[in-house]
Design a protein around this ligand. Structure first.
Ligand code: SF4
Ligand code: SF4
Length: 439
């Protein structure tokens, strides 16, 4: 009973801290603007199955992609075992899901094998992080803290797998020693029982307790560390893929506020109607954290910092300052910085900084060709160009700021109805000497 009480207290503390963090993030979401309406659930479900659970985009890099997919699938299976541990911890049972019979045999065996595979994959990822020069893990946005964060999370996952295998192996030895039936099947752990050779039952029991508590303890610590780490994608990537933009990549969203203005102009009857009560004049485009949509912010939380977007960005490849990964990471950092102030003082809170310029320069924004290669390559369907374009929209519509060449184009469109510097009347002059009737 004491064990159950201690476990319940630890679980309550874990859930309490997690709820506090979740509430903090939820409050940040409340500061954002609406994005697209979420419908087409069937289509979204299929995208989630293909991209998130099928790991199709990530496997464009076959070797590391497949390793990552194994880690992901392994986590899904091992999650069942973690739920079982919580049930056992609260109810004082042992391997409570063994009531599932043959299903339990499959789950326990695959969890055991996946734990071994994940441990090996994580060793590879750690080795690559620490000793191999991988270009996509570099860049001005990849500060030392990003690398430390990745290494700490990978080490924790490795320890999680080792403790799981140790727990399974000591459980087998314990049950065999007690002359009882082993619930489930553990193809890897059974080969580790030699580690406990010569130990008496009490020592094996202590080792089992150590592995059990360290495994569940690591899960609880890891779950509370994730929201402050790039490994938050463990939680956020599946919802982010489910909530993907379903429109073709190149399609730019209309601006609600502009659509409203245009409709107003087209319908003179409504031109003098009072604005709806409480409606504050809206900023065009994105200048700071409060101007982004909930989807932009969700993207930033889900980003794994893998660098696949930056790796294919033509602007980045040709030496421009732009890195699409940095744009997404900057938004996450800015919301973390300004969010608490806005929650406390309202959306109009000003700390003298902004996402635009303090974090992201105009030079970066105008370097984007809107080719969408980044969005296509992102394994969790993050859409970078939508944020970049919205920041440009702010620059143009609120500040009239754009590169000289674009300003000429804008004024040509305004004056001539076309991007060229010719009067509309001269549009067909090119054909005047041709023997065709242009009248
Ligand atoms: S935006 Fe996507 S591709 Fe780019 S670093 Fe983040 S997860 Fe990777
Ligand atoms: S859309 Fe912009 S940021 Fe993305 S790959 Fe193309 S140039 Fe780079």
């Amino acid at each position: 009973m004491t064990r159950q009480i201690i476990f319940a207290i630890v679980l309550l503390i874990t859930l309490g801290v997690f709820a506090w963090t979740a509430n903090r993030i939820f409050n940040f979401f409340k500061l954002t603007r609406p994005a697209f309406p979420v419908r087409d659930f069937g289509k979204r479900f299929l995208v989630m199955l293909e991209v998130a659970f099928g790991q199709t985009t990530i496997m464009r890099k076959p070797f590391t992609g497949f390793l990552h997919a194994l880690v992901f699938w392994g986590f899904c299976v091992i999650l069942v075992g973690s739920v079982e541990m919580v049930i056992d911890g609260l109810a004082g049972t042992e391997r409570a899901l063994q009531v599932l019979g043959v299903v339990y045999t499959v789950i326990s065996a695959s969890g055991d094998v996946f734990a071994f595979i994940i441990a090996l994959a994580i060793l590879f990822f750690l080795f690559r992080r620490l000793f191999v020069h991988t270009k996509r893990f570099e860049g001005i946005e990849m500060k030392k803290v990003s690398h430390i964060d990745a290494a700490v999370a990978l080490t924790m996952i490795f320890l999680l797998m080792v403790s799981l295998l140790g727990m399974n192996a000591s459980y087998i030895v314990l049950k065999i020693g007690q002359g009882e039936e082993v619930a489930g099947y553990y193809p890897v752990a059974i080969r580790m029982v030699v580690l406990f050779a010569g130990m008496n039952e009490h020592s094996v029991h202590i080792w089992h307790e150590i592995f059990w508590w360290s495994h569940i303890g690591l899960i609880f610590i890891f779950a509370n560390m994730l929201p402050y780490s790039k490994h938050f994608h463990v939680f956020m990537s599946v919802p982010n893929v489910f909530l993907s933009r379903l429109e073709p990549l190149g399609k730019l969203a209309n601006m609600e506020s502009i659509t409203r203005e245009v409709k107003l102009m087209m319908n003179p009857d409504t031109a003098f109607q009072a604005a709806p009560e409480g409606s504050a004049p809206e900023r065009f485009g994105v200048k700071d954290a409060e101007d982004v949509t909930w989807k932009n912010y969700l993207d930033s939380l889900a980003c794994t910092e893998c660098g696949r977007c930056t790796e294919v960005c033509p602007a980045n490849i040709t030496g421009k300052k732009l890195s699409p990964r940095k744009i997404i990471m900057d938004l996450r950092a800015r919301m973390k910085q300004k969010g608490p102030g806005m929650v406390k003082n309202g959306r109009s809170y000003d700390d003298g900084m902004s996402l635009l310029r303090t974090y992201i320069s105009e030079e970066e924004l105008w370097a984007c060709t809107t080719c969408n290669a980044c969005a296509r390559e992102c394994p969790i369907n993050i859409n970078h160009p939508s944020l970049i374009v919205d920041m440009r929209r702010y620059l143009v519509m609120e500040e009239g700021s754009a590169p000289g060449e674009l300003k000429a184009v804008f004024s040509n469109i305004e004056n001539n109805g076309a991007p060229w510097q010719y009067s509309p009347e001269d549009r067909l002059l090119w054909a005047k000497d041709l023997e065709i009737n242009v009248q």
